[in-house]
Design a protein around this ligand. Sequence first.
Ligand code: NAI
Length: 337
Amino acid sequence: MSSRHRVSLIPGDGIGPEVSEAAVRVVEASGVAIDWETVEAGAAVVAEHGTPVPDAVLSSVRRNRVALKGPISTPIGEGFRSANVTLRQVLDLYAAVRPARNLPGVETRFSGVDLIVVRENTEGLYSGLEHTVTPGVVESLKIVTERASLRIAEFAFGLAERQGRRRVTAVHKANIMKLSDGLFLECARRVAKAHPDISYDEIIIDNCAMQLVRDPTRFDVLLLENLYGDILSDLCAGLVGGLGVVPGANFGDDCAVFEAVHGSAPDIAGKRVANPVAIVLSAAELLRHLGEVEAADRVVKAVEGALSDPASRTRDLGGSAGLDAITDAIVEHVGGG
Ligand code: NAI
């Protein structure tokens, strides 16, 4: 592929602008021509627009159908609703895909980890339906629908087939939440029957967490509802080197938003010490989604090449390189200047 592409860029806040700028540099060095349409979301635009996700952001992503997004902070326990959750729900980005695999040069407890977390992204306990029943008693509603459960299961099995994976494991707590997680499981079982070439099994979330930290190599594709997927994808990131190295993507039927799993890391924002690898690998998956497969593979190899040199490793990986040093190394490996 060689035509120009137009992609929305949401830099985010905290370390978002610095790491997304690094990703843009790497993509440019890959030789793929992208016109970036930059739109702002998050706390900085709330005062002006009354929402962290203004219409300009939504219409940009809808028009371009693909976006690269930096992390966006969400106030805890008060304030505006998460811009991330809003984006996923309004754009119906129902499938979050978060691969966790070992990278050369990133030392971890296990080798041979290569699993993919597929997380339902639009409902469950993230439906935002909370209210105070009476002072001292709060109700938070977990919404599970047949429609959303079937389509995320279809997505997981489809991804497993496309990527040559062998097994999908549904993760649940249906022993306690018999109706909500029960419906999620029932839908997964129905979809599994229609995909006999992919094996299917189920595991209770707490056991899954324990098994993951004992031997993550036994897992292949994990299928989870929203909250479990959020938590276990960070756990899986920790297995392969932490939040700084794990990419992510959110898919709907109409558009896709690529973003790292990590947040805005306010503790290191502005210091130019953040690891850009997670968003650079997310950008590689964006290139693949655009059909630029050769360039995507080259970016992944460039990251691996850069990480093989201890001098290019950032602090979260035990090194001392800053954001600019590792970005320079990736750019050099990708074939740019
Ligand atoms: P976080 O992921 O921002 O940070 C957790 C820890 O990991 C911190 O010590 C941080 O310094 C480190 N870290 C994260 N990314 C890193 C990177 N690229 N390089 C080096 N170190 C890195 O999670 P936290 O602190 O729970 O959340 C901070 C803010 O981010 C919150 O407002 C939260 O709502 C938001 N957030 C946004 C997400 C998104 O936009 N998709 C996802 C998760 C959190």
